[in-house]
Every structure is written in structure tokens, then in C-alpha cells.
Design a protein around this ligand. Structure first.
Ligand SMILES: *Cc1c(COP(=O)(O)O)cnc(C)c1O
Length: 368
């Protein structure tokens, strides 16, 4: 059996007719930038996540960067970020002129709130939690902490479309949330796309201005050019209708993995909070025999990935910040041991069963 880690073709097969119809309408309209589909997607996404304002931008990294700028974060400020994430989470902080301050993660891979407290200084202007792998960070605790200290709160929701925790949805507890619609994300475009979500119209207006070089005819603020293409918006609108169904399917696949693998010794399954609606952007297991297990799976036709091979404080690009490596023990463990197994809505039950069977065979052999 051959099971790729991710497969865009399977999804397209089920959407082909609708996509072609939608794209033809865009071609007829001929508004490649700022066409009707962009506003339509912004309204649809606002309704989906229960937010007042949505600003569609070019990608998820820009959504974070523009959000930081709109919140007035810059030189002399510190922004707290978790030590495990995609590099963008921290690089945007540097690009804004501020300094990223890393905090170790817990066994769930999420920002450790206890440790976070020890990192707050007079210069802390924002906290940027990441809902890693699709599980929300402890937003109610982090929100309280921010409110008490007048610290801005931005969510990196690039992996967390439709995620919830303890009755709170993404974007509800923060000043703003940044989404990515990169093709492999739970809601993926056919190229780059992103969005900023917030509840404050003035903040949304600032984001829109920054994303458009200040605005048309007014250039009062330093901006960038970051817009969602009309084509991408149209594609996302088609896919959005399936998102909740796809998310349920991801959860069912995760449940199936857990059912088969829960008794395998030497494997650490995802730590999931009872009150969390995990959307499984990734299904990440941990093992000290990562390299051999990955090779074994590869030999049996199963594609896997590593998210992420290095903790953020260890990346060369952040070396000059002088991080103390020993502070990030859990992050390092994730980076040394994590394997992401295939999890996408089109993955079939037989395939999940096969993957689990191969993993079990691997460990049965290892025991002898
Ligand atoms: C994908 C991702 C981003 C960046 O999104 P792009 O659209 O690729 O710029 C940021 N943070 C996290 C956690 C991501 O997974």
C-alpha cells in the first residue's frame, strides 16, 4: 500500500466540477485583485469563526506580521512565543522590530503557562500563543494574564481552523488571530492565502491599511502589499462548505489511530485536553526511535514528516538572541522525537489500519 503524507489530488477529485464552475465565473469577472469573492470570503469566514471583522491577506505569515504592526508592536518591545512552532511565529516578531522571547512548551506541545509567567517583563507588549497541531493553547488562562497586565494577545491559528477549547473558539479571547490557508492547512488554497480575524473595527481598519501600503490615495502608515487573490478566495469559498465535515473526519482518523496505538509501548500519543476540540492539523506521536521507525514506515510505503526538527531558539536565524538551550527541554524532546502521521480527510480507514499495523509490527520486532 502506498500512502503519501499529504495528497492534494484526492481532494480535488471530489471538487472538480464545482471548482471549474467557480473559476470560470472569476475569469468572466476579470477582477484578479479585489474581486467580489474576496469580500464574500471575508464575510463567510467571519460567520464561520464568529468574529466581527476579517481581513483577507496574502498568507499566514503576513497575517501575523500585519497584526503585530497594527497593535503597535515594534522596536524596544518583547513578544512571548512558544519554543516549538513554524519559524514564522518568531520571525515576524523580529521583522516588526521587537524581540521574540521563547517559552518552553508542555507535554501537549503548547505554550507552558506557568513558565510564561517567569518571562514577562516591563517590555512585554504581546503574547503570541500557537495552537500547535490543531489544539488550542490555554487561552482562558493566557487571556486573564494579559488583561491584568495590559499585554496584547495574538493567536497563531495557522493550524487551528475551527478549533475550540472550553467553550472558547479561536479568536474569541484575543485581540486578533492570524490564519493561514497554505495548501496543506486544514482549509487550503491553491497557493498562498491568509486572514486576520478580530472584533475591533478600528484594529481591522489598521490591518487593512497596513496590508495595502496605507490605503488608496492615503499613505499615512508604513505598509506592505499583502492581499488574497480573487482566485484563492473563490477556491476557499468552495472548500469552506466542507470544512466542518472534513474536520470531523480528521478527528475520526485521530480516534482510530489512538484506538489502535494506545497500548504500544515506546510510543507517546498526542496529549489532548478533555475540554479541547482538537482539529488535528497534524497527528503527532513521539518516540525515541524516530529515525528507524520513519525508515521502516517509508519502506512500507507510508509517508511521514517531522514538525519540527529544531526548536525555534536553536535556529540560526535567532542565534544572536543568546538563548539558553537548557531552558527548552520539552521543546527539544518534541524536536528529537516527533513524527507526524498522515491525517487528511480523504485518508481511508483501511489506510489508517494499515499504518497502525505496520507500526505495531515495528515495535513487536524491536522487542525481540
Ligand atoms: C503555516 C504556518 C504559518 C505561516 O503561514 P503561511 O501561510 O505559510 O505564511 C505560521 N504559523 C504556523 C504555526 C503555521 O503552521
Amino acid at each position: 500500500m502506498k500512502i503519501p503524507f499529504f495528497d492534494t489530488k484526492r481532494q480535488y477529485a471530489g471538487l472538480q466540477a464545482e471548482m471549474q464552475q467557480s473559476l470560470e465565473a472569476i475569469a468572466d469577472e476579470g477582477m484578479w485583485i479585489g474581486g467580489a469573492a474576496v469580500g464574500e470570503f471575508e464575510r463567510a469566514w467571519a460567520e464561520t469563526v464568529g468574529a466581527r471583522c476579517v481581513v483577507a491577506v496574502g498568507n499566514g505569515t503576513d497575517a501575523l506580521f500585519i497584526g503585530l504592526c497594527a497593535l503597535g508592536i515594534g522596536a524596544g518591545d518583547e513578544v512571548i512565543v512558544p519554543a516549538v512552532s513554524w519559524v514564522s511565529t518568531a520571525s515576524v516578531v523580529l521583522q516588526s522590530g521587537a524581540v521574540p522571547v521563547f517559552v518552553d512548551v508542555g507535554a501537549d506541545g503548547l505554550l507552558d503557562v506557568e513558565l510564561l509567567l517567569g518571562k514577562i517583563t516591563a517590555r512585554t507588549k504581546a503574547i503570541l500563543p500557537v495552537h500547535l497541531y490543531g489544539q488550542m493553547a490555554d487561552m482562558s488562562a493566557i487571556r486573564t494574564l494579559c488583561k491584568d497586565r495590559n499585554i496584547a494577545l495574538l493567536e497563531d491559528a495557522a493550524q487551528a481552523h475551527l478549533a475550540r477549547r472550553g467553550g472558547m473558539g479561536v479568536g474569541e479571547g484575543a485581540d486578533l488571530a492570524a490564519y493561514s490557508f497554505y495548501p496543506t492547512k486544514n482549509l487550503g488554497a491553491w497557493g498562498d492565502a491568509g486572514a486576520i480575524v478580530c472584533h475591533d473595527q478600528d484594529l481591522a481598519d489598521s490591518c487593512r491599511a497596513i496590508a495595502n501600503q496605507g490605503g488608496r490615495g492615503v499613505h499615512d502608515v508604513l505598509g506592505v502589499t499583502s492581499r488574497m487573490d480573487t482566485l484563492q478566495a473563490a477556491i476557499l469559498l468552495v472548500k469552506l462548505q466542507r470544512l466542518s465535515q472534513w474536520t470531523e473526519r480528521r478527528r475520526a482518523i485521530a480516534q482510530r489511530y489512538v484506538y489502535h496505538l494506545k497500548e504500544v509501548e515506546g510510543l507517546q500519543l498526542p496529549v489532548v485536553h478533555e475540554e479541547a476540540y482538537h482539529v488535528y492539523h497534524h497527528f503527532v506521536i513521539r518516540t525515541s526511535s524516530r529515525h528507524v521507525l520513519r525508515t521502516y514506515l517509508q519502506k512500507h510505503g507510508i509517508g511521514t514528516e517531522v514538525h519540527y526538527p529544531e526548536a525555534l531558539p536553536q535556529l540560526r536565524v535567532f542565534n544572536h538572541l543568546g538563548q539558553r538551550v537548557e531552558e527548552f527541554a520539552m521543546a527539544d524532546l518534541f524536536c528529537q522525537e516527533a513524527i507526524s502521521l498522515p491525517v487528511y480527510p480523504e485518508l481511508r480507514d483501511e489506510e489508517v489500519d494499515y499504518i497502525c499495523r505496520i507500526i505495531k509490527t515495528f515495535y513487536a520486532k524491536a522487542e525481540k
